[in-house]
Design a binder for this molecule. Sequence first.
Ligand code: ADP
Ligand code: MG
Length: 696
Amino acid sequence: MTNKITDIFGCMVFNDDVMRERLPKEVYKSLTRTIATGKHIDPTIADVVANAMKDWAVEKGATHYTHWFQPLTGVTAEKHDAFISPVGTCKVVMEFSGKELIRGESDASSFPSGGLRATFEARGYTAWDPASYAFVKDGTLYIPTAFCSYTGEALDAKTPLLRSMDAINTQALRILRLFGDSTSNHVDVNVGGEQEYFIIDKAMYDRRKDLVYAGRTLFGAPAPKGQELEDHYFGPLKTRIAAFMSDLDEALWRMGINSKTKHNEAAPAQHELAPIYANANIAVDQNLLIMEYMKKIAEKHRLVCLLHEKPYAGVNGSGKHNNWSLTAGGKNLLDPGKTPAENRQFLLILAAVLKAVDDYQELLRVSVAHAGNDHRLGANEAPPAIISIFVGEELNTIIDSIVDGTAYKGAKKAMMDLGIPTIPVFRKDTTDRNRTSPLAFTGNKFEFRMPGSSQNIAFPNTVLNTAVAESFRQFADRIEQAEDREKEIARVIRETFAAHRRILFDGNGYSDEWEREAARRGLRNLKTSVDAYFTFMEPKNVALFSSFGVMNEVEMRSREEIFFENYSKIINIEALTMIVMASRDYIPAVEGYIAYIADAAAKKRAVCEDVSCAVERDIIRRLSELNGQAYSAVQRLRDVETQAASIADVKDRATCYCNRVLPVMEELRRAVDEMETLTASANWPVPTYGDMMFRV
Ligand code: ADP
Ligand code: MG
């Protein structure tokens, strides 16, 4: 790190400071009003803003601009246009108009639309999102935009998110008014996304077709050492990793991203980065940039960043803890204060979240469902596929006392005294942490731990926002009409806690008992992504999204189709990769090793007739048997894969990939992984788990 953080921070962002400095006062005021309140932008200021942006970007070395958007591929998209405009026949000037800033038009036919857009209606529009700052990256001015079809349906992840933020803002303000707040005019959603990832040496990565094509290892026997010593979590950073992280931080700071925390994670070669939380819209955009920079900066260090949820079997996978809270006028509405039992506004908001999560468990589950994440959720790893909330002992006791009508005695504020005179005594938190919970209340925010490390967190937040907006709406409808509002508030809190207490769970979420207990409570256990997708269009979900205008039924249907489609495509790529690796790498390698041993045995016999060849015989027998199993599994995988691929109905196809293709993939893997343990290192065609995880 050669530069001072404070000098470089945000230097590539067209942020508030730059706007204030470069825009005429009136234009600046109008634009910031739009940003702060989410109100419509005055189109007449666009030309002025565009020109200022262009001048600033050109000073930063930009020659192009792009409308940056989030199609339903899960990653971002961009198309670069130069600022040039011809003057006469041999000269150009640098130009950028308000029209070009506000709206982009492109052929949208190659982006997934889930049947929303027939190819003859290929026009798509990108629309400037002034609430997320433009920035310069690699010589291009990036303008965050929303992406929609010619007929106005959202084809992206950002549009529903922005609509959901608007919905929760409107409904949360109604709640605040009930408590006498007449001044707040906006409720903001804050999100802090902790990003987990793996790092691997580039040379090893290049030799693993499964990592290259599928992002995860599809084969690989466990290394002798995994994460059992728990020596990697928070362990000292290796020099190469530290250098990578330092470059990454610097790049992110330049982009105005508050990269704050970095550390080693539980699994070998696994790490985490957490930025300081921001407004949800910005946090989502920044998380997408963080992922992009992780990949790019890793490359510079001859490393590769793996964002897949489960690059390696047998050790922890990667998630993205989504910390979520609401603020009004700079005050966190999820802050319980010193005496939560008396903080009725907090209790009502807590009740709203409990109700939202219980009522829309399925939607939350869908929002994190994708093929990669199936290796985490419900697969003996944090967190389980069953949605529940951890609130800690203090809030649990308060909720119980409210529902049961008993007196609440208050939590003991214990002091921590380590008995060492030089170490100061400090106050303990009133609750411990729970690491297995899918959704945990952590002091003044909810931490949603189910999102996968590779996914865009726009959709999980869209669901959270909209579901909580619905709770607020129902509460406000009731309380606003009540004669005695105070009493009605108390009644709503009590009734809601009573009705939704079942969603609370403080125990071990990995255990089998919890699965049984959850079933008794009537909580949904949607084990696979495909199970989850089938619930997406349930009438209550359609009603929720359409009533707030977050997504209409057509937009939902298109997403449903993309969910199923995408799932099938991913398993299809994995199956084909396995077939290629097994047929062209593993089976021939084992054949070669068998021949080598057979040859060795024959040569031994030639020298010494009565020498024992028991070892060779044993190895040859077992490897031949396993190679036979692998070969037969490849044949069956080919068959079942072809069968699955030919199914026309998207839902049936995904179901077939999930129920019939995956098990054969596992069989093939089992045979190959055992062969790996019996074959000489020199004959094994790819780097092993030990190589990949420990030699970075
Ligand atoms: P951990 O839970 O891993 O100890 P922290 O408590 O430091 O981590 O918080 C993790 C993430 O939560 C960070 O991105 C942080 O900025 C974010 N965060 C903290 N407070 C809030 C809040 N009120 N709303 C949303 N995110 C928050
Ligand atoms: Mg956390």
